[in-house]
Design a protein around this ligand. Structure first.
Ligand code: ZN
Length: 378
């Protein structure tokens, strides 16, 4: 066995001595093990694997070695760096797992804790229903018209062709704000003051305000002296439609009604008219719409009874007719030139059968358990 050739001995380089390599390797591994956080590990990583770390410096020394010494030194340093790299990765993994476990505990959300139970408000279904109906007509070019709820008796009755002795004017039907004895003083003419009993006075006001053609829809609150029960309330809502133009006929009225029920209840809905009498329309009719549940199929069909329409196939919606020429005259419109149609119905009633509300009192008592299922509607 020949003695090593001293001129090629790589161990002369201090940084590449095996014990020195082992020492810096162990130092690095100890530093990683001692790091108790990812930040500390990052510092240790820079110190022990960075460009100025002992192992990196040793690695650089290899380049200066004689060729026959490079392999052994390279292997030595390479193994040490690999061990350091594995140690770093292992510690990194441990610390990340610890951090993840800690985050899961510290940032856990207790879904069983009570939350802030102040609910978001919503508009009353009567309001949204009324706007929904009005929107049908606004989309057809109608204009929204409003009038006062405290109304001159003249607008509420006289202009609409109610005779002075008409039963609707009696105290048992109408809330009088100023009775016969107060009439002259309050309005300045022979008219009393009432809480309006229908939205029809807005028809008269609209005709006086505008030049024909007039196309208005009048939603609003009205009053009658009814006791509050399941099907009556002294304060309720109506929506009224008025169209006055040249050449309008019952056919226009019928087409408008059909369009409305289709817009509100779906395709295939239709209406029918039954003769009736109202002072402010002539001819007048009750309007029915085909039952939106059975679509008339329950009629004469005992196997498929319909609770909604009582197996009659039709549901009464409201009143309508051609505007009485006397009303046009009273409002300064020439009935020889213009004709018009009008109809009106109760919003409460429509809400009742559109949403199966059985008791009208639910609509006025303010219990949110009633309104909440209608949801948030803007
Ligand atoms: Zn039915």
């Amino acid at each position: 066995m020949s003695a090593p050739n001293k001129s090629y001995d790589p161990v002369e380089v201090e940084a590449l001595k095996p014990e020195e390599i082992e020492r810096v390797r162990d130092e690095a591994l100890a530093a990683f093990a001692a790091a108790d956080s990812l930040d500390a590990l990052q510092e240790a990583k820079v110190a022990h694997t960075g460009g100025t770390s002992p192992l990196s410096l040793a690695n650089r020394e290899i380049g200066a070695l004689p060729p026959q010494a490079k392999a052994a030194a390279g292997k030595l340093v390479g193994q040490a760096r690999a061990a350091v790299g594995r140690g770093l990765a292992a510690r990194q993994e441990e610390l990340e797992a610890e951090r993840d476990a800690r985050v899961l505990v510290e940032e856990a959300v207790d879904v069983t804790l009570p939350y802030d139970r102040t609910p978001a408000g919503a508009r009353h279904p009567l309001t949204t229903m009324m706007e929904r109906v009005a929107d049908v007509f606004v989309s057809m070019g109608y204009e929204i018209a409003e009038g006062p709820e405290v109304e001159a008796e003249w607008f509420n009755f006289d202009a609409l062709n109610f005779t002075p002795d008409h039963p609707a004017r009696q105290m048992q039907d109408t809330f009088f704000v100023a009775g016969p004895e107060g009439r002259a003083k309050t309005v300045g003419d022979e008219s009393g003051v009432v809480l309006r009993t229908h939205t029809s006075p807005v028809q008269a006001r609209s005709l006086l305000d505008r030049e024909p053609p007039v196309y208005v829809v009048c939603p609003g609150r009205v009053y009658r002296t009814d006791e509050l029960d399941a099907t009556h309330t002294p304060v309720f809502h109506q929506i009224e439609l008025l169209a006055v133009d040249e050449g309008l006929t019952m056919a226009d009225l019928k087409g408008t009604l059909d369009h409305m029920v289709q817009a509100l209840f779906g395709d295939g809905m239709k209406t029918r008219l039954r003769p009736n009498y109202f002072p402010f329309t002539e001819p007048s009719a009750e309007m029915d719409m085909v039952c939106y549940v059975c679509r008339g199929e329950s009629v004469g069909n005992p196997d498929r009874p319909c609770r909604t329409c009582g197996s009659e196939g039709w549901i009464e919606l409201g009143g309508c007719g051609m505007v009485n020429p006397r009303v046009l005259t009273a409002c300064g419109v020439d009935p020889e030139k213009y004709s018009g149609f009008a109809f009106g119905f109760g919003i409460e009633r429509m809400l009742m059968f559109r949403h199966n509300v059985e008791d009208m009192r639910d609509m006025v008592e303010g219990d949110v358990r009633f309104t909440r299922p209608f949801g948030m509607e803007i």
